[in-house]
Ligand binder design. Structure first.
Ligand SMILES: C[S@@+](CC[C@H](N)C(=O)[O-])C[C@H]1O[C@@H](n2cnc3c(N)ncnc32)[C@H](O)[C@@H]1O
Length: 267
């Protein structure tokens, strides 16, 4: 360990102060993310518990939530929604979706899964906190939550009509993990980052599992992906997916390819 004092950015200083830590009291000589110091992260206007078993939810993922709300939030014909948040980590996506949908009058069922039991504990802590919190408990009262420890969908009982599945699976190609900032590669869980050789292994596996599952018919699949996982990448490397799914590619705020929206082609 070096003795270099860490220079905190104004954002980091404000973040620490907002969460009750006076940055001048601390000498940081490691680049641990401030979110792990206070055990909390901000996402879509909420403060969520995080620890080193969970990814710190990112701003791009807030866009994924907005994308889904844009598609489902205004549906006048349907007021009950069932969805799966696969690889939920801290629960950021599933929890904010429930709150945003509930604010728009929806009730329903949220199934949140992760292969990591430690991450699921954090998601449960966030859910329990929400259910007790004055501001949110009336919103979530008509929602049913199921937390499942599962490798992809292997241990999940998929209900008859799932409106959508959302997933932000690890998507960094293995050989690029080492190029990530030390605050990411030394602190965030590898299980949240490493997407295999080309970053698409788990996502491909999930899509193939879904392509073979008869319960998934009219379900929309929303995925966060690496910027290189664009139309060209998929047609060159995974053309089989285009036989099973109609896929749209959506850019993030930085104009980078970031989200996939897929629907099964029914024949
Ligand atoms: C990039 S993180 C996303 C966490 C959270 N959804 C978010 O957006 O902040 C990926 C998550 O997928 C989980 N994961 C990794 N492999 C998985 C698998 N085979 N099945 C289910 N979840 C998996 C990790 O434990 C991690 O929580």
């Amino acid at each position: 360990m070096t003795n270099n004092k860490r220079r905190l950015s104004p954002y980091e200083q404000n973040f620490l102060r907002r969460h009750g830590v006076e940055p001048l009291d601390c000498i940081f000589n490691e680049d641990i993310p401030v979110e792990y110091i206070v055990g909390k992260a901000e996402f879509y206007g909420l403060t969520l518990f995080v620890d080193q078993s969970t990814l710190i939810p990112r701003v791009e993922t807030e866009e994924l939530v907005s994308l889904i709300i844009g598609d489902f939030g205004d549906l006048a014909t349907k007021k009950k929604i069932t969805f799966i948040d696969l690889g939920c980590g801290s629960g950021a996506i599933g929890i904010t979706l429930v709150l945003e949908l509930a604010k728009r009058g929806f009730s329903g069922s949220a199934i949140m899964t992760d292969v990591s039991s430690s991450a699921l504990k954090v998601a449960k802590k966030n859910l329990d906190h929400l259910k007790k919190h004055l501001e949110y408990k009336n919103l979530v009262v008509n929602w049913e939550f199921t937390l499942v420890e599962s490798d992809l969908l292997s241990d999940v009982s998929i209900p008859a009509c799932v409106d959508f599945i959302v997933s932000n699976l690890p998507y960094i190609p293995t050989e690029k993990i080492n190029n990530l900032p030390t605050s990411v590669k030394n602190y965030e869980p590898l299980l949240s980052l490493d997407g295999g050789k080309d970053g698409f292994s788990l996502i491909y596996k999930l899509l193939m599992v879904l392509s073979m599952n008869d319960a998934i018919i009219d379900t929309t699949i929303y995925l966060e992906v690496y910027d290189e996982h664009d139309e060209k990448f998929i047609s060159e490397n995974y053309p089989i997916l285009l036989r099973h799914f109609e896929i749209s590619f959506i850019l993030d705020i930085n104009k980078k390819n970031r989200f996939i929206k897929a629907k099964k082609i029914t024949r």
